[in-house]
Ligand binder design. Structure first.
Ligand code: SF4
Length: 392
């Protein structure tokens, strides 16, 4: 019989599980702190738990880490893990260090069913939802490994922010996502504030409303087009939840959000969505076409081309001009740095490369790895907002 994975539980879930073993809630709190605050997996090391509980747990439970397929470190300290989630599937997780924060970009699904045209994950199709334990294992593993790498002491944290922007559409894996978010926010867990945890969605309107009710964290929305005809092509989910409905959901979300703005992600595609006319239409959209304004900021993402997309990256000057157009209208706009073009590791690329383990292992043979990094940034681009490997 397989053991119960304790990473599958938020604190209430762990308390219920402990109760089923005849233990009181305070024991669950102790256990929870050992796992998430101290990164412990070995029950015998959890010295303030009763010996009887420790030996009971050893027989029936475990803290299940994800097997690492590869781990790459860039010159600027960015770390990218590729985790094996079984049956030939792998997901990626990226740590992005900055002066004042450390952001972890986490995956929620193996593959993705949304099928955005500019995203290689979308092109590979959907394999399966990750469990709560698999979502949290990315954070648990990364924090534990970074603490050793960075030589951090007890009580110090490497990861200060989490963005659900890796592989997958998190709001299409809602049941597993919400307990994972609760562990991130829990003071006995990772203790992150709601402003420091971001869910990025391509626009699953009903689930945006549920997230507002259940666990309102910061919200990012993959926009990529200012009108429906174009967005229908780039983000097929738009055919189900068109822009008017999406903007209305964003307005509703802000009534409970921990931030007073929505972050709109916008992938810059040459000759497709990057003209002054598109910028003007975006401003009209967020300023409310006959409805209310949506307080927001924009994060422009230079597209990382891959052959099946048939799309190319907007020239740097066009991205800069587009950003200026929005900024001149008073909208805060950042441009994300590109990284890892040479190892297909930039936005929307790595995930699409690892659908089967054979190819993952081929990737592992490609050594040495060189990254485009802070040591070699695009010189004329403004400082980028933190973000993950995917355009959404
Ligand atoms: S951009 Fe996000 S929602 Fe769209 S296909 Fe890629 S992973 Fe899925």
């Amino acid at each position: 019989m397989s053991k119960v994975n304790l990473l599958d539980f938020d604190l209430d879930g762990l308390a219920a599980y402990c109760e089923s073993l005849g233990e009181k809630r305070f024991r669950a709190v102790q256990l929870f702190r050992w796992i998430h605050q101290r990164g412990a997996a070995d029950f015998s090391a959890m010295t303030d738990l009763a010996k009887s509980l420790r030996s009971k747990l050893e027989g029936v439970a475990e803290v299940r880490d994800l097997p690492v397929v590869s781990e790459h470190v860039s010159a600027d300290g960015t770390v990218k893990w590729l985790f094996d989630v079984g049956a030939g599937n792998a997901v990626e997780t990226v740590f992005i260090p900055e002066d004042d924060r450390g952001t972890l970009c986490v995956s929620s699904q193996a593959g993705c069913a949304v099928g955005c045209r500019f995203c290689s994950t979308g092109h590979q199709g959907f394999s399966r939802n990750l469990s709560t334990g698999e979502i949290l294992a990315q954070l648990w593993h990364a924090e534990r490994s970074l603490r050793v790498r960075l030589g951090l002491g007890t009580g110090e944290r490497a990861i200060t922010n989490v963005v659900m922007m890796g592989m997958g559409e998190p709001l299409q894996n809602y049941a597993a996502l919400v307990p994972a978010l609760r562990v991130m926010l829990d003071d006995h867990g990772y203790g992150l504030s709601r402003r420091r945890v971001t869910v990025s969605t391509s626009g699953v309107v009903p689930m945006i409303d549920r997230l507002r009710e259940d666990c309102p964290v910061a919200l990012a929305v993959s926009l990529h087009a200012p009108w429906d005809a174009l967005r229908d092509e780039l983000v097929p989910l738009n055919r189900k939840y068109p822009l008017a409905e999406l903007m209305a959901a964003c307005q509703r979300y802000l009534s409970a959000a921990p931030r007073d703005f929505i972050t709109f992600e916008y992938c810059m595609l040459d000759g497709v969505n990057d003209s002054d006319e598109h910028a003007e239409a975006l401003l009209a959209l967020v300023n409310g076409r006959g409805t209310q304004r949506v307080p927001c900021k924009f994060n422009l993402i230079p597209f990382n081309p891959f052959p099946a997309s048939g799309l190319t990256r907007s020239p740097r000057e066009r991205v800069t001009a587009f950003a200026k157009h929005l900024q001149d209208a008073g909208v805060v706009t950042t441009i994300r740095k590109t990284r890892g073009d040479d190892i297909d590791a930039a936005c929307g690329q790595l995930a699409g490369e690892v659908q089967d383990r054979t190819r993952a292992h081929e990737r592992m043979k490609r050594q040495p790895v060189t990254w485009i990094s802070a040591a070699n940034p695009s010189p004329s681009f403004p400082s980028a907002a933190p973000g993950g490997p995917e355009p959404h």
